[in-house]
Design a protein around this ligand. Structure first.
Ligand code: FRU
Length: 490
């Protein structure tokens, strides 16, 4: 028997101090502070007693954990949902929509209001406020739509998960909702749809060419569910304030790794940016992941954009500014990979950016190893990236944990990769965000050795940085939280 795997705690991603976490909920930027609520079990490290945990950040890197915001009751769990911020002469309030998952199996949408910046919540006495009398109606996401006359209208999306449909409702007051349309089903059967989002993005940065991207999380169900488990997809289309019309009948994978799920965007992000956080795990084995006393972490915040790739609009994901700025401050280096591969040593809370000319190198391979008996291999060839996680410490997590993912790339360009590793969280951004691959890994504590090899040699330019944990111990607010959030980092 091998020893249990030691899973280092991430230092530049959010993970709760202890207990189970899944989806990001209620992402909202309000008066300089990013709020992250999340599916949380206040009483244990397995899924259950679902409540909304709460954390805030001023820079999307350092997070302060606050007391539970919305707590389960015996008769009702608080499932996923969203928050929007509104301002009137009386001040700013946050409106949360979440799914009430009742003990009898009924699911409907409920509302809560916070007038102190997200720290205390008042439940609507009329809850649930949106009810179809069904048992898989969930994950309300409220977005804004401004019509041609400049009038703001609220749109709420929620799934009928098993029907693979998104129901859209509209409202002028965030209170009474009118059923506007239904989208779906489409794409693969044998899955439930969860956690929808609808995001306006200018195509190739052109503000006059706004497209709408419907984003979904899908999780296999049934007698023989797909062992690859849960993943995210999107479809680009048009939206007229009531109805979403897809440009194509196909769902495109958002992230090619195994561990990126339930991703949604922040309301009211500065400059209208579409900033997404996802849960870095997979329902297939989330409960078996051997981290302790916490279980579940968020991805890096990613900024979404839409770029034409091979004549098709594709969602691009960019790493957050704090990482790019940290890389820009570091000294770049160039290595010539000859007969021997080149080896770097990283702390394991690190970012590595590489660029090369594929005509000089042929395919490029990276191999990551730490203390544990596991490895990650990444092979970048002309049109594909293959990421394999394997070894006994990967096998030990779950039979479906060892895996190989294959990502197709637009060919013929310079090679470009940004690899972020923060404890067990591996995120690969390829071709300036054209593809992302997010995986949980079990390499053990650092240092992590990275071996760089090429098919035919040639230089590779790289920048490697360890992200210092200059604010360790920052995650837990020591005292009860007030509206002015004394624990928030500046
Ligand atoms: C997605 C999901 C949601 C649900 C929540 C429950 O991961 O299944 O559909 O609201 O998790 O924790």
């Amino acid at each position: 028997m091998s020893n249990p795997v030691v899973v280092p705690r991430p230092t530049f991603h959010f993970a709760p101090q202890r207990n189970w976490m899944n989806d990001p909920n209620g992402l909202v930027h309000d008066r300089g502070r990013w709020h992250l609520f999340y599916q949380f079990n206040p009483e244990g490290s397995d899924w259950g007693n679902m409540s909304w945990g709460h954390a805030t950040s001023t820079d999307l890197q350092h997070w302060t954990e606050h007391p539970v915001a919305l707590r389960f009751r015996d008769s009702e769990q608080i499932f996923s949902g969203s928050i929007v911020s509104t301002s009137t002469e009386d001040g700013t309030s946050l409106t949360a929509y979440y799914t009430s998952a009742y003990a009898n199996g009924h699911q409907a949408q409920s509302r809560a209001i916070s007038r102190d910046g997200g720290f205390t919540w008042e439940l609507d006495v009329d809850n649930p406020v949106l009810d179809r009398g069904t048992s898989a109606f969930r994950d309300p996401k409220v977005i804004r739509y401004t019509d041609e006359a400049g009038r703001l209208r609220w749109v709420l999306l929620a799934v009928e998960a098993e029907d693979r449909q998104v129901h859209l409702y509209t409202s002028d007051d965030l209170r009474s909702w009118e059923h506007a349309s239904v989208f779906g089903p489409l794409g693969p059967t044998g899955v439930v749809w969860e956690c929808p989002d609808l995001v306006p993005l200018p195509l190739d940065g052109d503000p006059d060419d706004l497209r709408w991207v419907l984003i979904l999380s899908t999780n296999p169900i049934g007698d023989a569910p797909d062992p690859e488990g849960s993943s995210m997809s999107y479809v680009v289309g048009r939206f007229d304030g009531s109805t979403f019309t897809a440009d194509s009948p196909e769902l495109v994978r958002l992230d090619d790794g195994r561990d990126f799920y339930a991703g949604v965007t922040f309301d009211s992000a500065p400059q209208g940016a579409a900033v997404m956080l996802g849960w870095m795990s997979n329902w297939r084995y989330a409960g078996a992941f051997p981290s302790s006393p916490w279980r579940g972490a968020m991805s890096l915040p990613r900024q979404l954009a839409l770029r034409t790739v091979e004549r098709t609009p594709r969602v691009i994901q960019k790493p957050p500014a704090f990482l790019l700025e940290r890389l820009a401050r570091a000294a770049p280096a160039t290595v010539s990979v000859g007969a021997q591969p080149v080896e770097l040593s990283l702390s394991g809370h690190s970012v590595l950016a590489l660029t090369w000319d594929p005509t000089a190198t042929g395919s490029v391979g990276l191999r990551l190893r730490g203390d544990a008996d596991a490895w990650v291999e990444l092979e970048h060839s002309a049109r594909t990236i293959r990421v394999t996680r394997g070894g006994p410490a990967a096998d030990a997590v779950h039979p479906d944990f060892p895996s190989t993912s294959i990502t197709d790339l637009e060919g013929g360009r310079r090679g470009q990769l940004l690899v972020s590793l923060d404890g067990p969280l591996l995120e690969v951004f390829a071709n300036d965000g054209e593809a992302t691959i997010s995986h949980l890994v079990t390499l053990g504590p650092g240092p992590i050795s990275v071996t760089i090899d090429t098919e035919i040699g040639g230089p590779i330019a790289y920048t490697a940085v360890d992200i210092e944990d200059e604010k360790s111990g920052r995650h837990l607010a020591p005292t009860p939280i007030h509206a002015d959030a004394p624990g928030a980092s500046v």
